[in-house]
Structures are given as C-alpha cells and as structure tokens.
Design a binder for this molecule. Structure first.
Ligand code: DC
Length: 226
C-alpha cells in the first residue's frame, strides 16, 4: 500500500532529471529520491573494495551487506553508504561506468527495487531514474519521461563534471553518455524505455524552471495534489 502521491521521472543520462526532480520536490514539499545514486553507491563500494566488474558473487555480497540511506539535510538529500556521506564522491566518471555495468545484474536490481519501494511508499515522493515508472512504481500517480539532444546532454554533463573538479574531455563525455544510454536501453532486465502512460518532455530548448512549471501544472491537473 502506498501513502501520498508518487511522481516518477525517467530518461537517459544527463537529461536533467536530477535537477528538475530536486526542484519539483522542493516546490511540492515532497521527498526527492535519486535512484541512480543507489546504483552509484553499489558501484562506488565495488571500486573501493577492489571488486571486479565481472565478479558477480562479490557484487552480490556488497548488495547484501551495504547499508544505503538517503538523509535529508536542510534542503539537500545526502547519500550515505555504511554511515559515510558519499554524495559527491559517486559523481565521477569511474563510478558512472561501474554503476552502469552493475545495474544490469539481477541481484543488484532486486535489492535496490525493494529499497526504492520501501522509501517511496512511505509518502509523497519524486523519484527519478531509468525504470521508476515501468518497474519500481508502475502504479505511480503521474509519470514523466525527460529527454534532450545528445549534444546538449553531453555539454551539461561535461560542465557539471568540470565544476565538480573532474578534468574530462567534452567529446569523450558525449561518447560515454551514448554508450551508457545504449547499455541502459538494451539490457534484458528493466531497460530504459518510455512508460506507455508517461508525459514526454524534450527539454533541449527549455530552461529548468520551464520544465518544473510544466510538470507542476500537469501534477495539479492530473493528481490529488491540492
Ligand atoms: O542517473 P545516473 O546517471 O546517476 O545513474 C547511474 C546508472 O545507474 C545508470 O547508468 C543506469 C543505472 N540506473 C538504473 O539502471 N536504473 C535506475 N532507475 C537508475 C539508474
């Protein structure tokens, strides 16, 4: 049983899901759940413990043992792994690559599915990721799918990485995003796809605030949100 309203936002890498989900959650007074950060937490732990990408048993062990929490601090949500704040550390390209690989493992998806559902069903939530409207919350009150041109997405991610202190090349960033999209869309379990009942938004030429306004209008029209 769920309580409150569930809003899902799916889409490819660097489509602006996190920024808009965070803003929308703030305006609605809802919890913001970045499901990608959970996959990143597992990837981060595997890298930290020196577990190879092909060591399925090792990755499974991490899933069973790791404790992941989403902690609200002021207006922000921090990602905790075994009580350590890893919010910034999980943003780098190495963790991105690892998260994309391990997200195709059934044991990882199974463990994180329950965690997401347990958090989301407690109350009003905006959750974003790749399968939040198709697998995690097929019963969501309202679903969005956010996309933008690959060049715009690449530039956004590149700027974000540079401002986080990661010295990366723009063209390489674009190629890595394309590769991750391909993997996310073609994996057999919970692939990235547009939920049949989602509202599709292309934000190539829209500002963050335009997108949040548009979503807010749809939420007011289509859900019980007052
Ligand atoms: O959104 P992100 O870039 O932080 O996500 C990191 C990886 O996690 C991404 O390559 C795919 C995976 N992921 C997923 O498989 N399902 C989700 N709901 C969210 C992320």
């Amino acid at each position: 049983m769920k309580n409150g309203i569930i809003v899902t936002i799916d889409g490819p890498s660097a489509a602006g899901k996190s920024s808009v989900a965070r803003l929308l959650a703030k305006r609605l007074g809802f919890l913001y759940l970045d499901s990608g950060a959970l996959y990143r937490a597992i990837g981060w732990k595997a890298l930290k413990d020196g577990i190879s990408i092909v060591d399925k048993k090792g990755i499974e062990r991490i899933c069973k043992k790791i404790r992941i929490d989403v902690k609200k601090m002021g207006d922000e949500f921090r990602i905790m792994a075994d009580h350590m704040d890893i919010t910034e550390e999980i943003r780098g390209p190495e963790v991105s690559r690892m998260a994309s690989e391990i997200s195709a493992y059934p044991a990882v998806r199974k463990g994180l599915l329950k965690l997401q559902q347990d958090i989301g069903r407690k109350g009003n939530v905006v959750i974003e990721g790749r399968d939040t409207g198709t697998v995690v919350f097929p019963e969501a009150d309202i679903k969005f799918y956010l996309d933008a041109d690959i060049k715009v997405r690449g530039e956004r991610r590149w700027k974000e990485l540079r401002s986080g202190g990661f010295d990366v090349d723009l063209n390489l960033t674009i190629r890595e995003i394309e590769e991750r999209d391909r993997k996310d869309q073609t994996r057999t379990i919970a692939p990235l796809m547009v939920p049949s009942d989602a509202i599709f938004i292309n934000n190539t030429e829209k500002t963050l605030s335009d997108v949040a306004d548009l979503m807010l209008k749809e939420i007011k029209n289509r859900t019980d949100y007052p």
